[in-house]
Ligand binder design. Structure first.
Ligand code: ATP
Length: 306
C-alpha cells in the first residue's frame, strides 16, 4: 500500500500528470492503481443531505499510531454557520478538513453530517455535497472556462461568467489575450496562488454545495488580493455550512465560532471578540499578525511615496 504522504498535494500531482476528463478521485486512484485509504463500507448508503450540519465528537486520529495528531476533538458547525480553525503550524488543522472529506477515517469518535456517520455513507455522495477550496488548487491544462465549469459541467456560458464575477476574477479574465478561452495550467498561462484560488472559488460557486471546506493558503497575499478573496469567500459561504482552516485574520473575524487548536487539542474557543478578551493564545496570535500586516502596509506606503 502506497502511503499518501500529503493527500492534497498528491491529488495535485495526479491532476498534473493525467489528462483532463476524469470526473472523480476514485478514477484517479484506479489510474495509478493506488489503493485509497478508505473504501465504502459494505451496504453503504448515499448521504441524505438536509441542511448540512457537521459534528465532530471526540475525534482521535493519527497518521502513524506512534504519533497522535488529534486527541479528542469535539465541535459542531450548525447548518449554515461558519466555524474557523486556527492554531500553530502542525496543530492538526488541515487534518480536520481531510477527515471531513474522508481522505482518512477517524480512529476513535465520530464525524457526522446531518446525523449520519461518514463511515456509513458512500464517498461519492459525501463528496458531492462538499465543496472544497484547497490550499493549492492545481488547474487542468485547458481553458479557464473549462476549469470553472468543472464545478458543474452543464453550466451555461452565462453562469460561468457570473461565477467568475462573484469570485472577483472576471475582470482579470477579460483582460487575458483570449479571455475565458485562454489556456491555463502547467502548459498554459500560469496563474498566481491568489488567482488560482479565485478560480477554485468560481468553480465552487457553480457547484453550489451545501457544505464548504476552505483550506486557506499559508502563503502571504497582498492586502488587495486578500480583500478580493475575502469578498468572494463571503459570498460562497453565506448560508452554507462552512469549515475554514484559517491562516488569515480576515476570514476568522466574522466566524460564528473560532476553534484554537494546539498540538491536536482545543486550547480555546469562542467568537473573535470573546477570544480577544480572554487574552490567551488567540489574542497573542492576532496581535502578532496585526503587527505584521501594519508593518507591511507601512512599507508599501513608503515605497509608493518614493
Ligand atoms: P499548517 O498550519 O502548517 O498547515 P496544520 O495545523 O494544518 O499545519 P496538519 O497539516 O493537520 O497541520 O498536520 C498535522 C501534523 O500531521 C503535522 O505534524 C504533519 O507533519 C503531520 N502529517 C500531515 N499529513 C501527514 C501524513 N500524510 N502522514 C504523516 N504525517 C502527516
Amino acid at each position: 500500500l502506497l502511503q499518501l504522504s500529503v493527500p492534497l498535494n498528491f491529488i495535485g500531482f495526479v491532476y498534473r500528470e493525467i489528462r483532463q476528463g476524469l470526473t472523480d478521485i476514485e478514477e484517479m486512484f484506479d489510474l495509478l492503481e493506488v489503493k485509497p485509504e478508505v473504501t465504502d463500507a459494505p451496504g453503504a448508503r448515499d448521504l441524505a443531505i438536509g441542511n448540512g450540519a457537521i459534528s465532530f465528537k471526540d475525534v482521535h486520529f493519527a497518521y502513524d499510531a506512534a504519533r497522535p495528531i488529534l486527541k479528542g476533538i469535539s465541535f459542531e458547525v450548525p447548518a449554515g454557520k461558519t466555524v474557523a480553525v486556527v492554531g500553530p503550524s502542525g496543530a492538526g488543522k488541515s487534518t480536520l478538513s481531510r477527515l471531513l472529506y474522508r481522505f482518512y477515517d477517524v480512529q476513535n469518535g465520530t464525524i457526522t453530517i446531518d446525523g449520519q456517520d461518514l463511515r456509513t455513507v458512500t464517498q461519492k455522495s459525501l463528496r458531492k455535497v462538499i465543496g472544497m477550496v484547497p490550499q493549492d488548487t492545481v488547474l487542468f491544462n485547458d481553458t479557464i472556462a473549462y476549469n470553472i465549469r468543472y464545478g458543474r459541467p452543464a453550466a451555461s456560458e452565462d453562469e460561468v461568467t457570473t461565477a467568475a464575477e462573484i469570485a472577483q476574477i472576471g475582470d482579470f479574465i477579460r483582460h487575458l489575450p483570449e479571455g475565458f478561452e485562454t489556456k491555463v495550467g502547467e502548459r498554459g498561462l500560469k496563474l498566481s496562488g491568489g488567482e488560482k484560488q479565485r478560480v477554485a472559488i468560481a468553480r465552487t460557486i457553480l457547484k453550489a454545495p451545501p457544505v464548504l471546506i476552505l483550506d486557506e493558503a499559508t502563503s502571504a497575499l497582498d492586502t488587495t488580493t486578500e480583500r478580493e478573496i475575502q469578498a468572494a469567500l463571503d459570498v460562497v459561504s453565506k448560508n452554507r455550512t462552512t469549515l475554514v482552516i484559517a491562516h488569515r485574520l480576515s476570514t476568522v473575524i466574522g466566524a460564528d465560532e473560532i476553534i484554537v487548536l494546539k498540538s491536536g487539542e482545543i486550547a480555546e474557543r469562542g467568537t473573535h471578540a470573546a477570544l480577544l478578551e480572554q487574552n490567551g493564545l488567540y489574542a497573542s496570535m492576532w496581535n502578532r499578525q496585526r503587527e505584521a500586516t501594519q508593518a507591511e502596509e507601512h512599507l508599501k506606503q513608503v515605497r509608493e511615496s518614493d
